[in-house]
Write a protein that binds this ligand. Sequence first.
Ligand SMILES: O=C(O)c1ccc(O)c(O)c1
Ligand SMILES: [Mg+2]
Length: 595
Amino acid sequence: MRTSIATVCLSGSLTDKLQACADAGFDGVEIMDTDLTVSYESPEEIRALCQRLGLRIDLFQPFRDFEGVSEELLAENLRRAEAKFQLMNRLGAETILVCSNAGTATVDDDAVVAQQLAALADLAAGYGIRIAYEALAWGRYVNDYRHAWRLVQLADRPNLGTCLDSFHILARGHDPAEIEHIDGEKIFFLQLADAPQLDMDVLSWSRHHRLFPGEGSFDLSGFLTHVLKAGYTGPLSLEVFNDTFRQTDVTSTAAHARRSLTWLADRASAANGWSTDRLPSAQSPRSVDFVEITGSDLGAADETLDQLGFTFRGKHRTKQVRLWTLGSTRIILNEQSQQPAPHLSAIGLLVDDAGQALARGAALGAPVVFRRTYAGDHELRALGAPDGTVIYFNDAPAEDTWVTEFEGGQAAVESSHAVDHINLSYRWHEFEETVLFFHSVLGLQAQTPENVPSPQGLVRSQVMRTADATVRLPLNLAPPTAPLPPRHIAVTCTDILELARRAQERGLRFLSIPDNYYADLHARFGLDEDYLSQLKTLNLLYDRDADGEFIHFYTPTIGGLFLEMVQRTGTYDGYGAANAPVRLAAQRRQLRPLR
Ligand SMILES: O=C(O)c1ccc(O)c(O)c1
Ligand SMILES: [Mg+2]
């Protein structure tokens, strides 16, 4: 697999971008015309830099609004093109992307348009240049890849081919299977971009919301399969116009981009039984093995866990670490930290093969985290998620392995309590990369995102989970100027009223819910007065849909996190989304800004 990336995906100057592309291991680049225009380096200097960095200039782009025009405009467009061909000769770029006319086209006649493309190709031939013609989804007359391909066939020039861009094809809902009818040698270039499913005009969707493969909802593995089956042998190139990636650190975004192609090539190979570009197989987590909370003073966490009915299982024999459990929920309190505020620092996952999970993550560029272990301690392997949260893998039963290292606590109490979900919050620049991390490394599926209003702006919420929903990670994206919302661990129970009452007796102060919420609950669900007043007394929240009910409560925040107890009835599969704004507003009242 040869890889390439358009300079428009990244922040910085052209030279910054080229350096970052080389560092990330790309083989080539698509140089955007404007990136060169705003550079102080000459085309020869950029060419020499690319050579030194081992980058091929796979494409120069875009050339706009060429075809389907009057004779007079055609002459002007050919003059404009010739100047770019001369520039490309200096740059050492051999292929130019010509996108379908979205601005000045007045002639909707395939014979005429093909003739004009043929004239352009003939002019380009004199400079040794190839034309890759791309149908923009919003092209005036040409906006379907099949139409662009018909025009390329009609024009019939050896140096004229087509450029396929997954965004334009999939955003319009055009069937990608017909790509297999195109002669592979005539697919001069392939651009790949994912995107979330959005209901908006296609131009804005394309210019602002494209994502790297694996981060959106397009079936790019299926798309790539069609292109490869057609016989395309050129580079897989990323062309992702995205408002966030244009601002994020160029080096890490280039690495993030490169990882998305490693994942995609593996997916396509796996789907087709090909042996090339394969990664160690994804280890879908079976369950949450543990959650670790770190901070220099975790006394408040001990108190809260005790009030919720967790069992203290003891102190670690060699480290300043304690363990609390409730059923299969294991919470580790780690005081080996300089950072005073308690925060959710690590998640342990039970997988079938921890070595394989680690190898896959490492092959996808996730840092392997080394942890000092003492003689006799069970060794857990770990990767760093993009925000630094550590993900541990265990493939042996916890109670028989690392749990035995804790001493001086009480015996385990059998119960059905388990981790329901772990809610993780992120800053604006960490989010997409985290989605790609959980999807590519662990095979978690992204659910449809939702926006939750908070007093400091909209919080984007996107759940990532295993196919069987045993491991669920709702990810929250903080508004850019707001403090990071606290993270939380939600634990299941079967009798939440009883559990809440006992917790209250032990002194737990629940996150206080306003009376207005209960008036709204009454209006929405017509709950029995007595039940409603029990919910209100205990600060419980309630949701219901056709599948069942969801009853839950929150503890006050402890530094950067809190706990939630939840009871699901029937097959309720949500997270009480209607209650999230109530929680965010309630927490705002008691929160001071974090990190
Ligand atoms: O948004 C655009 O104008 C644009 C330009 C060039 C491309 O290859 C493309 O896919 C979109
Ligand atoms: Mg494109």
